[in-house]
Design a protein around this ligand. Structure first.
Ligand code: ATP
Ligand code: MG
Ligand code: MG
Length: 406
């Protein structure tokens, strides 16, 4: 790899060779889904070259990337071959071959964030252990190896009990709730049994879910984006409101927890910190993503520096950009597949057509090769004078197409 070409302006010596443009570093992204696609969109503004590694020939990032290597980000030989072509390696998904990233780092390959960070985050149980050691507030949790262990956890944490897969979780696939001891076997079955590795979490009686995007530069500077509220439907992110309507004290606490959590991890990039706000005003950490995140999509239209531009700035060593809102408020609405195939496309198209009529609305369509129920197909961001006004606009957009009101 050619890490000597990295453009770390803050550390550049005067006699270093001239850089033509913002950065000559080729950014290699493991994964080419919608996050990779939006990274490519941000990169094009700055003429930064982004290469993606993704097994799907027509993945969302493919058409926009400087280059697309077709292959698995979970295969060692493929990741090594890909790394040879990049100046810095980063991820848009945490479920990658981390052992290979560690090996590459030892050989001097620049991974941002660090392989150690990906290793901690890709195993949710390890992640919880890590954050509890760093005194980050979390729901109580416990590893379970068999039904007896699950029952013990049920006695200790009571019900409902949240059972989670340690690995390969996303969009709630990997979570199961047992409402009583009788439901334990079926919930564990739904997660594929104990073979994949399970743990339990005490139910967090949250009044709101919040999220903070945190950026860290190569110089270890840290900046937080405004706290947002996330609304999930069947475990999938559905709506994001920015800024979150919470008291100043809560905002400050959410920021502090997010800042502290990311300070405990290594490497540059943007991170998302998912949080629970409890009835008594406590903040608990749910999980961290080591990459741009759904809760930060609104930043493309609403902030001076989007989370995608920020991630690129961070990994290539440019100064971090302004994270503040340039509009009073934003709402992001995910376009989830309502149905498989053509019927799903038809419903999404109707909603997109409505959105195009709404003032301050921007439509993002990820161009996924297949429509599937509950799949993230795109999103719509509304910006405007207040969250209240935007809620009314969103409502009118959804109601007219017979969608459920938020
Ligand atoms: P993502 O797509 O964000 O990666 P995921 O599959 O990793 O999702 P989690 O973030 O663990 O899943 O959980 C999904 C949702 O389930 C949370 O946003 C929250 O609404 C709910 N949830 C998770 N853990 C708990 C808990 N301990 N108590 C109550 N609700 C929870
Ligand atoms: Mg997750
Ligand atoms: Mg989550």
């Amino acid at each position: 790899t050619d890490s000597s070409r990295r453009t770390d302006f803050s550390r550049r010596r005067d006699d270093a060779p001239p850089v033509h443009g913002l950065s000559e570093t080729i950014v290699g992204v493991l994964g080419g889904g919608q996050l990779g696609r939006m990274l490519c969109q941000a990169a094009s503004k700055m003429a930064i070259k982004v290469m993606v590694l993704d097994p799907s020939e027509n993945c969302p990032a493919s058409a926009l990337a400087y280059d697309h290597m077709v292959g698995s980000f979970d295969d060692s030989a493929t990741v090594q071959a890909f790394a040879k072509r990049c100046g810095v390696l980063t991820v848009e998904i945490e479920h990658v071959d981390v052992a290979t990233l560690e090996k590459l780092e030892q050989q001097g390959v620049d991974c941002e964030p660090r392989a150690s960070t990906i290793r901690i985050i890709q195993d949710k149980y390890l992640q919880k252990v890590h954050f509890s050691r760093h005194a980050i507030p979390l729901p109580e949790f416990m590893e379970i190896d068999d039904l007896e262990g699950a029952k013990k956890a049920g006695v200790q944490f009571s019900y409902p009990l949240m059972i989670k897969s340690k690995r390969l979780a996303y969009d709630g696939r990997g979570n199961a709730v047992a409402k009583s001891e009788e439901e334990l076997p079926s919930a564990i079955d739904a997660l594929g049994g104990f073979g994949r590795g399970l743990y339990v979490e005490k139910w967090a009686p949250f009044v709101k879910e919040l999220a903070v995007i945190v950026a860290r530069g190569r110089d270890n500077s840290i900046l937080c984006y405004p706290v947002v509220e996330t609304i999930h439907k069947e475990n999938i992110c559905h709506i994001v409101k920015a800024p979150a309507d919470v008291p100043w004290r809560v905002r400050k606490l959410a920021n502090d927890v997010a800042h502290k959590a990311i300070s405990s991890l290594e490497g540059a990039g943007v991170f998302a910190v998912e949080l629970f706000l409890t009835r008594d005003g406590q903040i608990l950490l749910n999980e961290v993503a080591p990459r741009p995140h759904n809760s930060g999509h609104h930043t493309i239209e609403s902030c001076y520096t989007s989370q995608f531009e920020q991630h690129l700035r961070a990994v290539v060593g440019l100064p971090l950009g302004d994270t503040s809102l340039k509009t009073p408020a934003a709402i992001m609405y995910n376009l989830l597949g309502e149905d498989d195939g053509e019927p799903g496309f038809k419903m999404a198209n109707q909603l997109v057509a409505r959105a195009l009529e709404i003032p301050g609305a921007t439509v993002h369509w990820y161009d996924k090769p297949e429509m599937r129920k509950q799949r993230k197909m795109g999103h719509i961001t509304l910006v405007g004078p207040s969250v209240g006004v935007l809620e009314a606009r969103l409502k009118s957009m959804l109601k007219e197409e017979g969608y459920e009101n938020p």
